[in-house]
Ligand binder design. Structure first.
Ligand code: 13P
Ligand code: SF4
Length: 338
């Protein structure tokens, strides 16, 4: 039940994750968000997995690489991050003078959670001659223990920038790591983490869908497991998947990633058909429960009251920034970001 009492909403924010305040049902939230953007010189950065309404009010929608780059270069005073915690944290690491807000502090990530810093630090000590490349889907503590960060959009280029005889630990996603080992011919040591959303696609149901839609192409995110990736026609980050559907000449796609991306695919190619790949449960499509904790109402409330805010210890921020800066440098040199 939403509360009207401001004091108790304020006191409960850590426990609840957001300001649980009732909104006047007559309020035009879309209009209010636009007004607040101007009043506060705020920018809304949204990931493709956000609900369509949030994507529609965003100033920039992108994959993790694009979002990190936007967070680095924005001149806005306030960054409202419609995504999950590690993404907002990355924005704060890159731009500490800005106020960074996350509509729901509990919007975490199963993949980031699969690498606790103390266990990872012990693992790293077992491989003293290895450098660490970490996928951006990890906590600031893991970033601080890493040499270079990567995203699914630049991972190959990041790995190729490391001399072939240099041993590498790749964390936290074992599926992306295995995919990259295959692609680059490296033998990176993999941390045993995974994304709950990309691991539960049903190969059996997808195979049946392919029979029913013989002309549909299967496109997949590299966080999916190997058997699915083996039968995919194209593998890429969310931005790469979106671009592929715009440039490719097929008319039907089975999309093996979180369903939020279908909103932009359908907008960009209204004449094409996009079928969400089914998971191994009773649902027809696959939503990330963390991403979907953010709602338009929570986004509006966090802009209005400037809470919940991402705050970080300065020493941790500086240590976590180094490998992200390295990633952005390599990406710039490779022409992957402007
Ligand atoms: P990208 O958008 O960078 O491909 O990442 C997907 C993802 O799982 C984000 O949590
Ligand atoms: Fe994390 Fe997976 Fe959700 Fe992305 S889709 S935020 S990797 S749990």
């Amino acid at each position: 039940m939403p509360v009207i009492n401001m004091e108790s909403a304020w006191n409960n924010i850590e426990r609840v994750g957001y300001l649980d305040i009732e909104i006047d049902p007559a309020l035009d939230i879309f209009q209010e968000i636009e007004r607040l953007k101007k009043e506060k010189n705020a920018i809304i950065l949204a990931h493709y997995y956000q609900e369509p309404d949030i994507q529609d009010v965003a100033d920039y929608i992108g994959d993790s690489l694009g979002l990190a780059q936007q967070a680095e270069k924005t001149t806005a005073d306030m960054i409202v991050f419609a995504g999950v915690h590690f993404m907002a944290e990355t924005a704060k690491i890159l731009n500490p003078t800005k106020k960074v807000l996350l509509p729901d502090l509990k919007a975490g990530c199963s993949l980031a959670d699969s690498a606790p810093a103390d266990l990872f630090s012990a693992f790293k000590k077992q491989h003293p001659d290895h450098i660490v490349i970490s996928y951006i889907n990890c906590s600031a503590e893991i970033k601080a223990l890493s040499d270079i960060i990567c995203t699914s959009g630049n991972a190959e280029k990041i790995i190729e920038s490391v001399p072939v005889d240099q041993p590498i630990i790749f964390a936290p996603d074992k599926n992306l790591g295995a995919f990259l080992n295959k692609k680059t011919g490296r033998n990176m040591v993999l941390w045993n983490g995974a994304c709950m959303v990309h691991e539960i696609f049903s190969l059996e149901k997808i195979t049946r869908l392919k029979v029913r839609h013989p002309n549909a192409k299967l496109i997949a995110h590299p966080e999916c497991e190997d058997p699915l990736l083996r039968i995919a026609d194209f593998i890429g980050s969310t931005t790469q998947l979106l671009k592929y559907t715009q440039q490719d000449n097929a008319n039907e796609y089975i999309v093996a990633t979180e369903t939020g991306i279908l909103h932009q695919m359908q907008k960009a190619s209204p004449e094409k058909t996009f079928i969400p790949a089914p998971p191994d449960n009773s649902c027809a499509c696959n939503d990330c429960p963390h991403m979907k904790l953010n709602t338009l109402e929570k986004l509006y409330l966090c802009m209005k009251y400037e809470k919940p805010e991402i705050l970080m210890d300065e020493n941790l921020r500086l240590a976590a920034k180094k490998p992200i800066d390295r990633m952005l440098e390599i990406s710039r040199a490779a022409g992957l970001v402007g």
